[in-house]
Design a protein around this ligand. Structure first.
Ligand SMILES: Nc1ncnc2c1ncn2[C@@H]1O[C@H](COP(=O)(O)OP(=O)(O)OP(=O)(O)O)[C@@H](O)[C@H]1O
Ligand SMILES: [Mg+2]
Length: 190
């Protein structure tokens, strides 16, 4: 139902009001040189939110090089950790050139959800290793961290909604799996 106010278009419309408020806050922060960097972080986050919302509405159609998608997800992780005053989490990458992925905004969401999980799994900071290979059967992407691994109690239902070991919404990996499957891929936890 195209004109249903509870549809995706309605959701995006109302989210845009939230984004507009945040842009206003960022512009006020910008007036003080001491908070200029904070203002830039808020504006980058708003742009990411707008990309996700627009991607939802337009079906995430456009393609991009994996390295560029990774750059954006890494930028988000850096901002997220800084805003949370969290420890430094760095990304080490080994990426084959020329990996082009359809649905670039959806793949950005996949990486961001995996990175946020890895960040939480390394409370003292650490490194997330990302490898991407152009193999015979397609592209293989691996995200690995230096945390203590996935707890046994969540492993069996890991990709199902509302499974969380720390009282969060437990939706991140369900979103990740949905996007991977919608793009004809497979996913597993190592
Ligand atoms: N990199 C990881 N290392 C260790 N455990 C992980 C990792 N990624 C996910 N998990 C475990 O899997 C659970 C489910 O992850 P998922 O991303 O779906 O939900 P969440 O992170 O708990 O909540 P949300 O993503 O909605 O904020 C987590 O609660 C955590 O216990
Ligand atoms: Mg998560």
């Amino acid at each position: 139902m195209k004109n249903d106010p509870l549809s995706m278009a309605g959701l995006v419309h109302d989210l845009n009001n939230v984004f507009q408020t945040l842009v206003g806050v960022a512009m006020q922060l910008e007036e003080n040189p001491e908070s200029a960097e904070l203002a830039a972080t808020v504006l980058r986050s708003v742009e990411r939110g707008q990309r996700i919302a627009t991607g939802m509405q337009n079906g995430n159609a456009s393609s991009a090089d994996f390295a560029a998608i990774l750059d954006r997800a890494e930028g988000f992780l850096t901002d997220f950790q800084a805003a949370a005053r969290g420890p430094a989490v760095r990304i080490a990458r080994s990426v084959d050139p020329g990996i082009e992925l359809d649905g670039q905004w959806a793949w950005e969401r996949v990486l961001i959800n995996l990175f946020l999980n890895s960040g939480r799994a390394m409370p003292g900071g650490g490194t997330i290793c990302v490898t991407a290979r152009n193999g015979r059967q397609g592209v293989e992407i691996v995200v690995a961290d230096e945390g203590s691994g996935i707890a046994e109690e969540v492993r069996e239902h890991l990709f199902e909604p509302h499974v969380s070991a720390h009282g969060s919404t437990g939706l991140g990996l369900n979103i990740v799996r949905s996007i991977v499957l919608a793009n004809g891929g497979e996913i597993r936890a190592g």
